[in-house]
Structure formats: C-alpha cells, structure tokens
Design a protein around this ligand. Sequence first.
Ligand SMILES: NC(=O)C1=CN([C@@H]2O[C@H](COP(=O)(O)OP(=O)(O)OC[C@H]3O[C@@H](n4cnc5c(N)ncnc54)[C@H](OP(=O)(O)O)[C@@H]3O)[C@@H](O)[C@H]2O)C=CC1
Ligand SMILES: CC(=O)N[C@@H](CCC(=O)OP(=O)(O)O)C(=O)O
Length: 365
Amino acid sequence: MVMRVSFSVAVAGASGYAGGEVLRLLLNHPDVRIGALTAHSSAGDRLGVHQPHLPALADRVIEPTSAGTLAGHDVVVLALPHGASGELADALSAHAEGAGPLIIDCGADHRLISAEDWQRFYGSDHAGTWPYGMPELLTGSPEAAHRQREDLRGARRIAVPGCNATAVTLALQPGVAAEIIDPGDIVAALAVGYSGAGKSLKPHLLASEAAGNLQPYGVGGTHRHIPEIAQNLRSASNSAIAPRISFTPMLAPVSRGILATVTAPLTVGDANLVRQVWTEHWEHEPFVDLLPAGTWPSTAAVSGTNRATVQVALDSGAGGAHGRVVAMCALDNLGKGTAGAAIQSMNLALGLPETTGLPTTGVAP
Ligand SMILES: NC(=O)C1=CN([C@@H]2O[C@H](COP(=O)(O)OP(=O)(O)OC[C@H]3O[C@@H](n4cnc5c(N)ncnc54)[C@H](OP(=O)(O)O)[C@@H]3O)[C@@H](O)[C@H]2O)C=CC1
Ligand SMILES: CC(=O)N[C@@H](CCC(=O)OP(=O)(O)O)C(=O)O
C-alpha cells in the first residue's frame, strides 16, 4: 500500500472567485486536506452560500481572516484583493513557529521585482518580491538559463502571476528566448472574461452592461500587468533591447477565459523556423500545448483546466523587413491564470509531482 502524506491547506478569500477555484482544485487533489476557510464581509456565512458549486464544503463556516486562524497549516493560499496580502503575510510569518506555512499569494503584492514599477502602477508601498509561480518561465543568466520550476522546488513563498501576464508570456516567450523577434515593439490585444475582475460590484460589470457587449479597459499603457509582462520577457531574453509592450485588454461577455493575440517584428522571414522555435520551446511542458498548424486557441476548450493553448503564424505583409509574428494563447483566467498556477507551484514547493490534481480535460460545448 502506498502511504501518502496529507498537507493541510487554508484558503483566505474563500468566498471569492479565485478562492473558489483553488478550493475546487484542492477537493480533487489526493495529497491535501482543506483546513480553515476565511474571508471578510462573508465571515459567519456557510461556504455554500458563496460557492454553490462546491457541495462537499457547503456546510463549512467562513471565518474572519487573521494570522491566528491561518497559522498552523502546512500551506496558506491568499486570494485577497491587492494590498491585503502583504500585511497578512508579514503577520503570518511573525505568528508562525519555525519556517511557518508555505504561503501562496494569488494577488499581485509580491510579483514585481522593481519597487519603482510597483509604486508607479499600484500607487502604494512595495511589499517585496517572492519566487514567481510560473514554472514555464525561462530565467537565470545566459550561462545558467533554466525554467522557473527549478526555483519553485522547496520554495516557502510563491507569488502567483497575473492571468493576462501569463497569457502574453506563454504566447511570446519562445520568440523572445530564441531572439527571432524585436522585443522593443510588442503589441498585445486581449479578450478577457468577466470573472477576472472578481466578485465585487462595479457598474460596468452589471449584466445589463456586460451582456452582448465588448468593453476596453486599462487602455494607453495603464494596465498593471505591463511591468509584469516586461519583467517576464526580460527574464526570458538575452537581448540588450528592453521589452516594450503596447497592451490593450477588452472585456468579452464570457465568464472565464483569456485570448491573447501578441505581435512583434520578426528578425527572420522563415515560417518553418518560427514554427520549429515554438514547437521545441513548448514540447516538454505538461500544461502548454502548441496546437497543430492551422488550428486556433479558443477559451472554451481550456475552460476549467490548467491548460494553455498556443498558436503562432507569420504575417509577412505586416511591415518590417520580415513581417510580424502573430502568437496567440488561450487560457482560463481562473485555471492556469490563477488557481491552477497556484496548485502547480504548490506541488513543486511541496516536492509532489507537478501535475498532481490539475485537469487538462475541459468541458464542451
Ligand atoms: N479572478 C481572477 O481571474 C484572478 C484573480 N487574481 C487575484 O486573486 C485575488 C482574488 O481575486 P478574486 O477572487 O477575483 O476576487 P473576489 O472579489 O472574487 O474575492 C475577494 C476575496 O477576498 C476577500 N476579502 C476582501 N477584502 C478583504 C480583506 N480586507 N481581508 C480579507 N479578505 C478580504 C473577500 O471576502 P468577502 O467576500 O467575505 O468580502 C473575497 O473572499 C486578487 O488579488 C486578484 O487580483 C489573480 C489572477 C486572476
Ligand atoms: C477582467 C479583469 O478585470 N481582469 C483583471 C485580471 C486580474 C488578474 O489577473 O489578477 P491581478 O489583479 O491579481 O493582477 C485585470 O485585467 O486587471
């Protein structure tokens, strides 16, 4: 008989979208047991009121979020608004005996390396930088380049990437790493689902505004994921040219999903070489699939999964000596975009097989 170790996991923000998806994945994970469930205004409610799709946890009562409630677990997942997790993580570290729990932050507080970028895009003090929870990211010096998963093994703190940042990074990283695109002229346009905005009420999220509508937001170089994308592509690149990104997201009337279309000038005009670069870059990744030529990523096919699908094409008429690469990525913002990345990184940190408990099979139609 195989003896399995069971890790206790507490979830803060259990009433929200990201917290709900983390719990859905944890319920299907063979090596964890679910501990404290905490939130804010919903404290005292049954979880079933807020997460009706999780019947196994329906009668659990949501507790107020505090370091005392969360301490004592092997893992604490924070799925809280920006700014709330930095303070709580400090309190948890102070409260814990020894190394304390593995803390996984789904929010943005610990993603950026540059305190200046943080201040500029988030307008508050920087909480610090934690290991970045994107196992597929190319990182390290040119002599010691490796994928980020090596740095996540045994990590005690993990900053889960932003969902849009993940989609753009996975679309373009092969071309950046192989130095066949100009990173100084990247253009990204994204269609994004409404759950990315969280559950809190905002006028543009009302059904009467959202249904049958397409709405741009974060236009003109203002979106908070721009410095995160630049940080990722810089990590993957040996180029002396700093990544520069024009980034425009648009709300699409779907609950889940991101479809990112990313273009950049090519420095080679060979479509076969472009395809070979993308194929070789993603061929051993369990959750990133380069689709067969001529088929295109779609959000429905990856909904509810930890899978990202990628496609690449050469647009030779788009200007420049060699045209532009068109790289696309579809993922579920709550799957590979948040909760899936959190569990994938947790598996690495705990020494479990990376793919444990993570679905790649979706639902259709
Ligand atoms: N949604 C997505 O696709 C993605 C989300 N993220 C990040 O994950 C985090 C959670 O997002 P999401 O689930 O969408 O947001 P929601 O608005 O759906 O949920 C927020 C959760 O945080 C709780 N909360 C709010 N304020 C506080 C506070 N002051 N102290 C403790 N708990 C608090 C809420 O509790 P209550 O309901 O009881 O008030 C709720 O459980 C955010 O940082 C977000 O940026 C990252 C990538 C993608
Ligand atoms: C639709 C929508 O508003 N989506 C969010 C995605 C949020 C996300 O990825 O997370 P963080 O806020 O943790 O970075 C956005 O574009 O800001």
